[in-house]
Design a protein around this ligand. Structure first.
Ligand SMILES: Nc1ncnc2c1ncn2[C@@H]1O[C@H](COP(=O)(O)OP(=O)(O)OP(=O)(O)O)[C@@H](O)[C@H]1O
Ligand SMILES: [Mg+2]
Length: 263
């Protein structure tokens, strides 16, 4: 049976799609069968982030409308044969999808995959409800900014009324230099506010845009080490912390910090 995990946040633009894609790649690299499901129907972009948009023939909408089976709609990743994407389609059809229709699609996937990762739309309206209703686990993503943490906190409260058995938070776009100088909120303080299990920390890193499935195994890239720890935490239930302050320690770290702030 697949573990069905929704990645949600409340606030938009905090990194749900980015983390869905990268977590999926790292789980597939560990030989798990993974399907990424884009439930941001109408504003779908997981296909673009995964560089698969050209190869999407059928979407989750086509499966719901009976035009094809899940097997025909999923697209296989070029680098990881165990990684698949189920994309979503146009805005107009969004209005007509029910939770039971989405549940039927996810049920069909249960025996096909080890992990089904659901990329949730921003907000807490119909799209959010559909996405969280079909999941048993949630990863609540926040950035270390007050507005994002507040939205994440609201989402955590709302999730209590769903059948979610496990909730973890992931902090995205953490700035090691600012955390070290106590300018940015500390990971542990965010944990205390949200009151759910710790999942992982992903640093702010522009290479997230260019980092493809071809080079995610490159451990010299800090981002890859952070996603590797996140994937391990999800698989094992551990709560290991990626330390994004490591490169700002000592004299050389101090110089790096000054350079970063002045560019
Ligand atoms: N760790 C990171 N470091 C640098 N940039 C990042 C990081 N995570 C995400 N981004 C960038 O932030 C932007 C928003 O990310 P993303 O689309 O994943 O957010 P989202 O939560 O899915 O947004 P939406 O709510 O609109 O669906 C993208 O341009 C992405 O490249
Ligand atoms: Mg998104």
């Amino acid at each position: 049976m697949a573990r069905v995990i929704v990645l949600t946040s409340g606030k938009g633009g905090v990194g749900k799609t980015t983390i869905t894609a990268n977590l999926g790649m790292h789980l597939a690299a560990k030989n798990y069968r993974v399907c990424l499901v884009d439930m941001d129907i109408g504003l779908n972009n997981l296909d673009v982030v995964m560089n698969m948009e050209e190869r999407v023939t059928y979407t989750i909408m086509d499966v719901i409308m009976g035009k094809c089976r899940v097997r025909e709609a999923i697209v296989q990743d070029d680098c990881f044969p165990l990684l698949f994407l189920l994309s979503s389609g146009g805005l107009n059809q969004n209005l007509t999808i029910s939770i039971s229709q989405i549940k039927a699609v996810i049920n069909e996937m249960h025996n096909m995959f080890d992990y089904v990762l659901i990329d949730c739309p921003a907000g807490i309206d119909a799209g959010f409800k559909r996405a969280v209703s079909v999941a048993e686990e949630a990863i609540v993503i926040t950035t270390p900014h007050l507005s994002s943490i507040r939205d994440a906190d609201k989402v955590v409260t709302i999730l209590s009324s769903y059948n979610i058995v496990s909730k973890r938070f992931v902090i995205n776009r953490a700035r090691g230099d600012l955390i070290q100088d106590k300018i940015m909120i500390d990971v542990h303080d965010i944990g205390k506010t949200l009151g759910i299990e710790f999942g992982g920390v992903i640093p702010e890193d522009d290479s997230v845009i260019t980092n493809t499935s071809a080079n995610i195994k490159n451990k010299k890239i800090a981002l890859n080490r952070a996603f590797e720890i996140l994937a391990n935490n999800i698989v094992t239930g551990e709560k290991k912390l990626f330390d994004c302050t490591f490169k700002y320690r000592g004299l050389w770290g101090h110089i790096k910090k000054l350079i970063k702030r002045n560019v």
